[in-house]
Design a protein around this ligand. Structure first.
Ligand code: PGA
Length: 245
């Protein structure tokens, strides 16, 4: 995997204030001297409150900024507490995470997710489109069926494949320290790639500096979405370094 172009997404979730911006400095420094820097893409998705300050900090670096969710309507409206894709773009975001299981759990269904993706594309954003099965679904051997449905509905009438990164995140692997068996993960990623051709596919769920040694052996992966470990610059850098070792 040494020379492969890989994408690393830092999903900070609902963590961090202005002070946390300092933790990106070591990552910027590291990237300047990293021998594989041309093959690395790093996208930070901080809480919405940090998008603009982070954008300013990253402006003259190759690192990019994204939001963690959006409203489905790209036009303004009376939706208290919501933020649309036009607004995200306006404060410097180039990406937005859509369909994360932490939001699906709060009632976001495939139809709404499809509307959000359309809205993001409309506003010129790239989409980090999260999919994944629950433990119950996995036990019932429904993984492929669920993923197929999530992708088919989520990407309905979406033509621009280059704007979408699919991130496979088994719900039971997020924040638990568990990851799928490597051969099973390989099979799932192959299933997605064969069925939905030309999309880049990432893996997310408990990626850390230890398990990256196994995860990086999955040749058809295009990168990783990293939650907990991405808030710690040392761990985040370690994951990137080890991916290319
Ligand atoms: P985690 O989160 O790395 O903390 O498991 C991943 C995610 O939610 O995308």
């Amino acid at each position: 995997m040494t020379n492969k172009y890989m994408i690393f997404i830092a999903n900070w979730k609902m963590f961090g204030g202005l002070n946390s911006l300092n933790s990106i400095n070591p990552v910027i420094k590291f990237l300047k001297i990293f021998k594989n820097k041309k093959s690395v893409k790093i996208i930070y998705c901080p809480p919405t409150t940090l998008i603009y300050p982070m954008y300013k900090r990253l402006k003259n670096t190759p690192l990019m900024v994204g939001g963690q969710n959006c409203h489905e309507n790209h036009k303004s409206g009376a939706f208290t507490g919501s933020i649309n894709t036009t607004m995200l773009k306006n404060v410097g975001a180039s990406y937005v995470i859509i369909g994360h299981s932490e939001n699906r759990r709060n009632g976001e269904n495939n139809t709404l997710i499809n509307q959000k993706i359309k809205s993001a594309i409309n506003s010129g954003l790239n989409v980090i489109f999260c999919i994944g099965e629950t433990l119950g679904e996995r036990k019932k051997k429904l993984t492929k069926k669920i993923l197929n449905r999530q992708i088919t509905s989520g990407l309905k009438k979406i033509k621009n494949k280059k704007k979408i990164l699919i991130s496979y995140e088994p719900v039971w692997a997020i924040g638990t320290g568990l990851i799928p068996k490597i051969n099973e993960l390989y099979e799932t990623i192959s299933f997605i790639k064969n069925k939905f051709k030309d999309y880049k596919v990432l893996y997310g769920g408990s990626v850390n500096p230890k398990n990256i040694k196994d995860l990086k052996t999955i040749e058809n992966l295009d990168g990783f979405l990293i939650g907990g470990a991405s808030q710690n610059s040392k761990k985040f850098i370690d994951i990137i370094k080890k991916t290319y070792n």
